[in-house]
Design a protein around this ligand. Structure first.
Ligand SMILES: N[C@@H](CCC(=O)N[C@@H](CS)C(=O)NCC(=O)O)C(=O)O
Length: 206
């Protein structure tokens, strides 16, 4: 069995979270290497593309969260084999990435500048994103693709949980519920899925 080491920030969320859940679902041991923001700052320039997550497989580095999620998700049976269903999955994964990039552009802003940027985001791109994901769920039903849990559901779940968490100043926590009740219900469904509850039980036990 190869040695897997996944490096990311010390948070139960973000781009690494679907990968961690998928590793757990696959029953694959991995080193969950969590680093602080100062540690990241000190090593950033040594990282390929200067960002996280980074997966090392027997010391060989690979980056890009969605690609890693597809790889580990495939091992966990959480990525569709059917090309059309896989494309549906990738659509949601890509949309979540777009949202993250839009949100990250507001990080580092403060005061009125932050408020203005976040309000503009909430009314603009965020509304588009939430509505688009709602359409994807209308097509997929309970899950994004393949009528079952996939890594796309994990990424959407992590993203909507973050949007609804209150951690993001000036982003209304009821935005998802108002615009896309099916997306809010999806978050609860995924949170209650045995794959996900088993992962968080393991986190509590760790
Ligand atoms: N396309 C990359 C984006 C990675 C990315 O932007 N990671 C963020 C953390 S979630 C990061 O490292 N940000 C710090 C920085 O860019 O300085 C991926 O999906 O892995």
């Amino acid at each position: 069995m190869p040695q897997y080491k996944l490096t990311y920030f010390d948070m139960d969320g973000g781009r690494a979270e679907p990968i961690r859940i998928a590793f757990h679902a696959a029953g694959i041991e991995f080193e969950d290497h969590r680093i602080s923001f100062p540690e990241f700052g000190a090593t950033r320039d040594d990282l390929r593309f200067r960002c996280l997550p980074v997966l090392e497989i027997d010391g060989e580095v690979v980056t890009q969260s969605n690609g890693i999620a597809r790889y580990v998700g495939g091992k966990a049976g959480l990525y569709p084999k059917d090309a059309m269903q896989a494309m549906y999955c990738d659509e949601a994964l890509g949309a979540c990435e777009d949202l993250l990039h839009a949100m990250v552009r507001t990080f580092g802003l403060e005061g009125d500048e932050l408020k203005a940027a976040r309000e503009k985001l909430a009314e603009g791109w965020l509304t588009t994103f939430v509505t688009g994901l709602s359409e994807i769920l209308d097509r997929g039903g309970d899950y994004v693709a393949d009528n079952r849990l996939t890594i796309a559901d994990l990424k959407v779940f992590v993203t909507t949980r973050w949007l609804r968490s209150g951690m993001l100043d000036h982003i209304p926590t009821d935005l998802v519920d108002r615009l896309a009740p099916n997306l809010a219900a999806h978050e609860q469904r995924v949170a209650a899925h045995p794959v996900v509850t088993a992962y968080y039980e393991s986190r509590k036990a760790a």
